[in-house]
Design a protein around this ligand. Structure first.
Ligand code: FAD
Length: 448
């Protein structure tokens, strides 16, 4: 039987609900349109009702109601995900979590906050205690903590601290389940990974406890190098030098510069660039390394200094590079891959093979003490067939492909449902109501 959504909204009062055309469309979207394939496939996915609980008690009431009536529940933070993650495949209720936005505690080296808090607001409170987030997505001005944990991976700070999967970063998550009696469950240590990057398919992150870093004085630096090889050499030197403090480390090839307006207006055309945030005491050694490799400082900015045209370095890195490029050229999309440990020859071989079809963009992380090179290259998109060929080319060079052109969790990276996430979902979401259709390994027993 079809659901009477006006009736649902009346039942849920006083929880704020909206069934209007405009709001259900606006809150059912993310940045899925970075992918022409997702744009074509999921553009019309729409919630029937947007609910914005004011606090945890209202959220619990809402989830209990949805379970009782077998209504799909898709959680939304800020809707900055890239793969239609918060878009409701089967309609139903989209829960806007941004009113659960309290910092609960800040200790020495850790904090606990509610899942709907904006990461940038959180950082301001942390900074007042002389501490900072270990890493954050480049979208942190709007992105929420819970949305990052459930939908993201890492970002600015990866070069110091790895990813959300690196042990010691995510310390605990409090999860609201959708069992017959919705329950709050605390997952600690490695257990918490069950809900990390699970797209909200196995529970709602209502609180998160993460590890912190001491507050740094980070200087923005753009180094111009003669070519991609030299830029990788500089990134490698900076990345591996444990005595050199850094928060952000990326490389873009010369072909990216005209596509990113602030770069096009700031740095010399034809150079390959290292985009970095360097600790104040390490600037001299990073600048010297650039000079030794035939490079120079093309842009420098001290903490807090205002420089009109050029955004924060991280707002030209990660998927912000892609955002700028799509803004300039609508035919651009992107790829995501992991390069092997000996990445330099592989990056050069792939760049030579794909040339201007794939302007190169690399991001660096430190994971288990090792320097890891990820690719987020731009792609001059032509067709799904060509995309599949390019993925095959990347794999033939030993790269791991993280396909950003799919809304299916399993198809993005591992190709199979993560056993820990799946096992947790069997108990936390027995009716398959959370974000149904995104994890086909446990697909929709009751919903929709
Ligand atoms: P949403 O998009 O609202 O949600 C993401 C997923 O999490 C959805 O599946 C949603 O259902 C689920 N979810 C949301 N809140 C909760 C909750 N409390 N409990 C359970 N599930 C929940 N990602 C990175 O990791 N690093 C980057 O540097 C980065 N850069 C980006 C740059 C651009 C320009 C864009 C468009 C995207 C980028 N992203 C990046 C992706 C995205 O912005 C981040 O992952 C961001 O943290 C998502 O937060 P959000 O609040 O917008 O989540």
């Amino acid at each position: 039987a079809s659901t009477d959504w006006a009736h649902v909204a009346a039942d849920l009062a006083p929880i704020a609900c909206d069934t209007g055309e405009r709001e259900t469309r606006r809150k059912s979207r993310d940045y899925y349109w970075f992918s022409p394939l997702l744009k074509a496939e999921i553009d019309d996915w729409r919630a029937d009702l947007i609910a914005t609980p004011a606090d945890l008690a209202e959220l619990e009431t809402l989830v209990a109601y949805c379970v009782a009536h077998r209504l799909p529940i898709t959680v939304r933070g800020a809707g900055t995900g890239n793969y239609g993650q918060c878009m409701p495949r089967h309609g139903g209720v989209v829960v806007d979590l941004t009113r659960l936005d309290r910092v609960l505690s800040i200790g020495e080296g850790t904090f606990r906050a509610q899942g709907g808090i904006r990461m940038y607001d959180l950082e301001q409170e942390l900074n007042r205690t002389g501490q900072e987030l270990r890493f954050f997505p480049s979208t942190w001005r709007s992105a929420t903590l819970g949305g990052f944990i459930a939908g993201g991976t890492t970002g600015c700070g990866a070069i110091g601290h790895g990813t959300l999967h690196t042990p010691g970063n995510v310390l605990a998550l409090k999860i609201l389940t959708a069992g017959d009696t919705p329950t709050l469950i605390e997952l600690t240590g490695a257990e918490a990974q069950a809900a990390v990057h699970a797209y909200g398919t196995n529970g709602i992150i209502v609180e998160a406890e993460l590890a912190l870093a001491p507050l740094g004085r980070w200087h923005d630096r753009i180094y111009a190098l003669p070519d991609l090889g030299a830029a990788m050499d500089l990134a490698d030197r900076i990345g591996r030098d444990r005595t050199l403090a850094k928060k952000q480390l990326a490389v873009v090839d010369a072909a990216v510069i005209p596509l990113v307006r602030p770069l096009a207006e700031t740095v010399p055309a034809g150079s390959a660039l290292v985009l970095a945030m360097i600790g104040e005491d390490s600037l001299a050694s990073a600048d010297a390394a650039a000079n030794e490799l035939g490079g120079s400082v093309a842009f420098a900015r001290a903490p807090g200094e205002k420089t009109g045209l050029v955004p924060a370095i991280y707002e030209m890195c990660w998927n912000h590079t892609t955002l700028h490029a799509i803004g300039r050229d609508k035919s651009i999309s992107y790829l995501q891959c992991g390069f092997p440990a000996d990445y330099r020859p592989v990056v050069l071989a792939v760049a030579a093979e794909l040339g201007d079809e794939m302007p190169m963009h690399l991001e660096f992380a430190t994971i288990d003490g090792e320097l890891v090179c990820f690719g987020i290259p731009l792609l001059r998109f032509t067709s799904a067939e060509r995309l599949a060929q390019i993925h095959a080319i990347l794999r033939s060079h030993g790269c791991q492909v993280f396909n950003p052109h799919t809304y299916v969790l399993e198809n993005g990276g591992m190709q199979v449902a993560d056993p820990q996430q799946l096992a947790f979902r069997r108990t936390s979401d027995p009716h398959g109501l959370f974000n149904p259709g995104k994890m086909p390994g446990w697909d929709v027993p009751d919903a929709a």
